[in-house]
Write a protein that binds this ligand. Sequence first.
Ligand SMILES: [Zn+2]
Length: 155
Amino acid sequence: MDLRAGSFPNLGSFLMTNSQAKRPRHGGCHCGAVRFAAILPDNVVALSCNCSICAKAGFIHVITPGADFRIMHGEDMLTEYRFNTGTAKHYFCRQCGVEAFNVPRSHPDDWSVNLRCFDADAGLLPRFQEFDGANWEAHVATINPELAPDGANDA
Ligand SMILES: [Zn+2]
């Protein structure tokens, strides 16, 4: 019996229905000038953060690996805002003011896409999780163990 995936004619349809199968999910800002695509499975963690900017903007994070995110159009419509350490890059549509995605301080090589900005048919099944970003240093390891304070990961 040949166990290579190619020998299973139904594997393709299985992958299409598997909620862990990744596919492009589209979304954008309010006015439509900025559009993005993020390659994600159906089941995603949605981080509700209480830091100074997320609390005011209502941004809900879906962390997306850098290689799995694309700005489809409107990059020239973005304006950038930084504060505090300057690590996070907040991008706003200069026309409608919506922040559809950013580069988060917790994952500076990745993107965080605003759950609220995906198209209605994106098909995401978010599992909400609180992140105490107001006390970022003490809690960042809960969402990125690589950023644990010195010694916290020592065995
Ligand atoms: Zn816009």
